[in-house]
Design a protein around this ligand. Structure first.
Ligand code: FAD
Ligand code: UDP
Length: 380
């Protein structure tokens, strides 16, 4: 008998498997329908011997010391600060928009103070700020919004920024200085030997059994377990009874080129008419030395693997209906980007799973005190 059936071997499921096995002495069956662990962060060496990310570029960054220290038990890190250029008006300029971006685009020599005025003159004040269009137009005005955000967002989400929650484009700051890093978190880096190696280390505990190539619905009636942790899409768990939740997908097209370097930085964004949103060159991320180089183009699409929950009001309302069903289940816990329908980065998913583990321990302690009377299930 397993104490836990955990569905999904990405960050959400693997952190819980590791914690429950190593800290709480639980026996865990971790099941994934794919043929590998690591979820969307899975990386591998391609036929040319270059380390690539199967589901698009993943750069680790966090302000959480707890998350960083936790993951550091399973991997050393390669220091790496991601930098992105955007292809705008025939130039490659830094994104997030910073002082250099403005000076390059407009042929100016503004200082930090000047750029403050420059942007203030262009910004259109919006109150309240409700949409992804409002956020950007309110900060930098319509012209820069159209150059950097409008068409990229339309491609990425199949929606106009005015149809998306403010939180989506609010992920991208605007800077008055020359800081050209994509992220400004305290901790930034890449697992030195890759994500998959880090997951192998996390899951190497003898109390964890991993079952791949298996949809949990094929085995959940056959294998006895006490509780389930579910990290797949929440609407699938409930057989889409309220209809499908929209998740955005991407087609990744890889190319290996017979040159050491393809582009000037880790990622180039294309906020223009190209059908892809961005191109990433893995060797910048991994630091690998190799005479060839592999790049990946991202083509967003409607159908396919569910990668991005789509943050907008009607989707949040539909998710809430599923959340009510989930909260009513005893002994099934929902966590992760797909199961809680949150546009979370890796570190946020790790934090969510560490929190759920603490809650499960507290439940178990209460349960013992209450002589076996069950508490209601936890929804983070
Ligand atoms: P997932 O990694 O999706 O894992 C869920 C697992 O559940 C999957 O392996 C799936 O196969 C399995 N599963 C689903 N249904 C079933 C079923 N019925 N039976 C069995 N198994 C099932 N975050 C960052 O912090 N930095 C980045 O640079 C970054 N870049 C990203 C780029 C892209 C293109 C994408 C799509 C995401 C990116 N992210 C990034 C986000 C990051 O991928 C997620 O935060 C994280 O991987 C979510 O982990 P998870 O375990 O919740 O979900
Ligand atoms: N975005 C944009 N232009 C850019 C970069 C980002 O319009 O050059 C918008 C777009 O809507 C995108 C969102 O900001 O989906 C968040 O960007 P991020 O790079 O965080 O996306 P992710 O890495 O999660 O795909």
């Amino acid at each position: 008998m397993f104490d836990y059936l955990i569905v999904g071997a990405g960050f959400a499921g693997s952190v819980l498997a590791e914690r429950l096995a190593s800290q709480s002495g639980k026996k865990v069956l971790l099941v994934d329908k794919r043929n590998h662990i690591g979820g969307n962060t899975y990386d591998f060496y391609n036929t040319e011997g270059i380390l690539v990310h199967k589901y698009g570029p993943h750069i680790f960054h966090t302000n959480s010391e707890e998350v960083y220290k936790y993951l550091s038990q399973f991997t050393p890190w390669r220091p790496y600060e991601h930098r992105v250029l955007a292809s705008v008006d025939g130039m490659l300029v830094p994104i997030p928009i910073n002082l250099n971006t403005i000076n390059m685009l407009y042929g100016l020599k503004l200082s930090t103070d000047d750029v403050e005025n420059f942007l203030q003159c262009r910004a259109e004040r919006k109150t309240p700020i409700l949409t992804s269009e409002d956020v950007v137009v309110n900060k930098v005005g319509r012209e820069l919004y159209e150059k950097f955000f409008k068409s990229y967002t339309k491609k990425q989400w199949g929606l106009d920024p005015s149809e998306l929650d403010a939180s989506v484009t609010a992920r991208i700051p605007t800077r008055k200085n020359r800081d050209d890093r994509y992220f400004s978190d305290i901790y930034q880096g890449m697992p030195l030997h890759g994500y998959t190696k880090m997951f192998e280390n996390m899951l190497s505990h003898p109390n964890i059994k991993v079952l791949l190539n298996t949809d949990y619905k094929e085995i959940s009636d056959l294998i006895p377990f006490r509780e389930m942790i579910y990290t797949g899409p929440i609407d699938y768990y409930f057989d889409y009874c309220y209809g499908k939740l929209p998740y955005r997908s991407i087609e990744f097209k890889f190319e290996t080129i017979g040159a050491e370097i393809f582009q000037a930085t880790g990622t180039v964004n294309y906020p223009n008419e190209h059908p892809y949103t961005r191109v990433t060159e893995f060797k910048y991320l991994t630091g690998q030395k190799h005479p060839q180089t592999t790049i990946v183009y991202e083509y967003p699409k409607q159908e396919g693997d569910p990668y991005y929950p789509v943050p907008r009001t009607e989707n949040a309302e539909l998710y809430k209906k599923y959340q009510v069903l989930a909260a009513g289940l005893k002994n099934v816990y929902f966590t992760g980007r797909l199961a809680t329908y949150k546009y979370y980065n890796m570190d946020q998913v790790v934090a969510q799973s560490l929190k759920l583990h603490k809650t499960l321990i507290a439940f178990a302690a209460n349960d013992r005190q209450l002589n076996g009377h069950k508490l209601t299930s936890f929804q983070s």
